[in-house]
Design a binder for this molecule. Sequence first.
Ligand code: 0RA
Length: 338
Amino acid sequence: MADSGDLNENNTASTEEGVPAGASGDSPEEKSYDASAITVLEGLDAVRKRPGMYIGSTGERGLHHLVYEVVDNSVDEALAGHADTIDVTILPDGGVRVVDNGRGIPVDIVPSEKKPAVEVVLTVLHAGGKFGGGGYAVSGGLHGVGVSVVNALSQKVSVEVKRDGYRWTQDYKLGVPTAPLARNEATDETGTTVTFWADGDIFETTEYSFETLSRRFQEMAFLNKGLTIALTDEREAHVDEEGKPLTVKYHYEGGIVDFVKYLNSRKGEVVHPTVIDIEAEDKERMLSVEVAMQWNTQYTEGVYSFANTIHTHEGGTHEEGFRSAMTGLINRYARDKK
Ligand code: 0RA
């Protein structure tokens, strides 16, 4: 991260285009900058007043949703074909760091806001990582509310973007930038790092569960073949016997085929050696579907359905359609073969 001494000297993005929020003046530019700053504050305030509306709960579940929201943005970048590695670290001081090797959140000025895109993504509701994307980049998240909600509910957030030849950094307190986006040293790398410290005044607990996070990341790795997602726990009480941080790393070249293999490996014998894998895509409707299945010798079925990488625990028309197609197919086959 940049030390604060660098901020003004190296910053270009904001000082060229605007003035800091709170500065008063009479030019139209300054007025509209102030107007957008007020909109941002009202947005943040709404989130902090009714966090449940945005993240479901302020309990352990909501806390973990913050992590998923940040990671989902990186997964979207991976889905778009621009990132293949996401590193998540639980820090000793209650922070969580999410690093990806994607293109980096854009840093150029958004004309309507007169601020760098990265600042807009972090501070304006519903601006999270969704513009400029397109295609199938729809990982779920907490109702897809965006990283600005995480920012609003964090005591502190640090964002680092490597893009357009430089490393850029900005910090936020309770969702509000502490300084303009800083341009730091040159780099030809690309990627985004978001580190956040969930606000203990909002959440009932700020204690993350390694188990909960690792289970979700394994699922995400199964659902996004080729993606590597690692989780490291640097908290003092969580080191292994040799005093090293706990780390898990998930990567599945086979995607949901590997998921089925994994599930059946813990369920006794399989009836046939090969996992059946079916894929179809309707480009026009931007729909794609994949089914992987393998019978085992147990009588209890295990059906896991997902929509946009969200586990649909209660099924839905996608799962119903699958069941009805399977039943029809097996009945037809049985009748044909008498
Ligand atoms: C909008 C546009 C572009 C990238 C992203 C968002 C982006 C967001 C996140 C959040 C975490 N990691 C991310 N990586 C990328 C790309 C626009 C372009 O380069 O054409």
